[in-house]
Design a protein around this ligand. Structure first.
Ligand SMILES: Cc1cc2nc3c(=O)[nH]c(=O)nc-3n(C[C@H](O)[C@H](O)[C@H](O)COP(=O)(O)OP(=O)(O)OC[C@H]3O[C@@H](n4cnc5c(N)ncnc54)[C@H](O)[C@@H]3O)c2cc1C
Length: 486
């Protein structure tokens, strides 16, 4: 028998396409989608556990993106005669209250693999159980479905290559679902509610001017996410050269820039996979088209790794429980790193880009993270938490998984430190990236721009940059820090 009324608690699945929770809910006569801004996700808080520290949970870039994504979903639902109820309150208060008000028979919910998200879901389920309402859970965040893995998620390999080969050879990606056939929403019983501003959430407003320097304006929402996918693949035909260009540091077209939309659920990874397959049929199928899927499997890998290892990922010694690294807590050094004032231009450019825009390329992230975790040996989780605040595309599994990997406490037993000067000359030989973000160095010639400390006083005067005045002297001796790591 069909349900009379279904509530859909929308979380990081802010889309109509390929959304199992919405599609299944449409078996009911009336469907009411609800989105909840959880106050615990905003503002200052403790990291928790041993060696805790404080950080801001969601910064201005992601708060803005998320609000836009919610507004876009609401508009798309309204176009179809439905509605999105929005609240700023704890989900375990809101979702049962809405379910009760509309006399819901079922609540559909996206389930996620990361500990905080699981805890909130459990709190909601607990309250729903008291009301006698059945929650129906949907796994919608990954390319491969949890139930389609060749082995139980608890038994997957901790090594990426082994995991990738197993899914490539023994699993298939499900067909994306069609858009839901929505009926009118019983919203009168509760009222639609308004979308909070950054200020309502306790998050600083955006300085739009600095955002203009970024590689792309990341506009939240399914509409913008689908447009980005189409632009990158079909309009600008970039995918054919992705493998060669993806390390480019300046410019929107070098990599897909889909991460923010994927992580807030504005885009389904299965939809991206289908677009790549179409591109392969209509344009070209080569190592670049494969490589985008290869990267989406990295994303899946970390999602399933978190399902497997849970909170162990947030320990200083990581999933490998390493206790042989002498992590430091040095507030002053940490602040300099975060502000992009280390005196190492490649690291500073990366951090200034992150602060201004919420985005960094993978190459920039690797170097900025490696500098903090390996050269400075500051508790890698403080760096990861700083990225959590700033990133527009933050995802708990991708962020902490990648950080742990680079810090040597995650899914790889090899030391993963980066030779930052070598990386800078390989990927930014002409110094365009560093001078874009550090205009103080604009007149320094490319051969010295990554090592301004090698300039004599006369050269500094000639190039208009006085070290320690216009741009910092390096905060550590890089060579010395590498000697300790070798
Ligand atoms: C220290 C560190 C922290 C990171 N934190 C995040 C994070 O919070 N959220 C996030 O989405 N990515 C994170 N990444 C991975 C990666 O840097 C970004 O996904 C990528 O830069 C996003 O740009 P893009 O969409 O153009 O990527 P593309 O190169 O176009 O890749 C396509 C998609 O594949 C996925 N992907 C690519 N590389 C990785 C990877 N190493 N791990 C997981 N997924 C990947 C992303 O969904 C990405 O959108 C982190 C990497 C590092 C080194």
């Amino acid at each position: 028998m069909a349900d009379d009324t279904a509530v859909v608690w929308v979380r990081r699945d802010l889309r109509l396409h390929d959304n199992e929770a919405l599609v299944d809910a449409c078996a009911a006569d009336a469907v009411l989608p609800v989105y909840v801004f959880d106050p615990r996700e905003y503002g200052d808080r403790a990291f928790g556990g041993r060696d805790s520290f404080r950080f801001e949970k969601t910064g201005r870039h992601r708060a803005r993106f998320r609000r836009e994504a919610v507004a876009d979903l609401r508009a798309r639902l309204r176009e179809r005669g439905s509605e999105l109820v929005v609240r700023h309150e704890r989900p375990e208060v809101v979702v049962p209250a809405v379910a009760e008000a509309v006399d819901a028979d079922v609540v559909h919910v996206q389930t996620l693999p990361t500990p905080e998200e699981i805890a909130v879901e459990n709190a909601v389920r607990e309250q729903l159980r008291r009301l006698g309402v059945t929650p129906s859970r949907h796994w919608t965040h990954t390319l491969y479905h949890l139930n389609d893995l060749p082995v139980e998620y608890t038994d997957i390999s901790d090594t990426y290559t082994t995991f990738r080969k197993s899914v490539e050879n023994r699993a298939t990606v499900r067909e994306p679902l069609p858009d839901p056939d929505l009926s009118s929403a019983p919203v009168d019983a509760v009222g639609a509610g308004s979308i909070p501003s950054n200020a309502d959430l306790g998050v600083e407003a955006l300085d739009t001017e600095s955002d203009d320097q970024g590689v792309l304006q990341f506009e939240g929402g399914e509409t913008a996410g689908l447009a980005r996918l189409d632009r990158y693949l079909f309009e600008e035909d970039r995918l054919r050269e992705y493998k060669q260009t993806r390390n480019g540091l300046l410019g929107q077209g070098f990599s897909s820039k889909l991460s923010a939309w994927l992580n807030e659920g504005c885009l389904s990874p299965r939809r991206v996979e289908r677009a790549v397959r179409r591109y392969e049929r209509e344009r070209v199928s080569n190592d670049s088209t494969y490589w985008l899927l290869f990267e989406l499997v990295w994303r899946d890998f970390f999602q399933f790794q978190f399902a497997k290892h849970g909170t162990d990922f947030f320990r200083r010694g990581g999933i490998r429980g390493r206790d042989d690294i002498d992590w430091r807590d040095d507030d002053e050094q940490f602040e300099r790193w975060a502000a992009g004032e280390t005196g190492i231009p490649f690291v500073d450019a990366a951090m200034r880009e992150l602060n201004a825009t919420g985005y960094q390329s993978n190459r920039a992230r690797q170097n900025a993270a490696s500098f903090l975790a390996n050269n400075l040996r500051i508790d890698w989780r403080r760096g990861a938490a700083y990225f959590e605040t700033q990133l527009v595309d933050y995802d708990p599994a991708s962020n902490y998984g990648n950080w742990a990997y680079i810090a040597g406490v995650g899914n790889d037993s090899r030391d993963r430190y980066f030779d930052i000067l070598k990386q800078a000359s390989t990927y930014d030989g002409a110094g365009e990236y560093v001078t874009h973000w550090i205009p103080e160095l604009s007149d320094v010639p490319p051969e010295a721009v990554h090592e301004p400390w090698t300039l004599t006083e006369a050269e500094q005067a000639e190039y208009g940059v006085q070290l320690g005045v216009d741009y910092p002297a390096p905060m550590i001796d890089l060579e010395e820090s590498y000697r300790k790591l070798r």
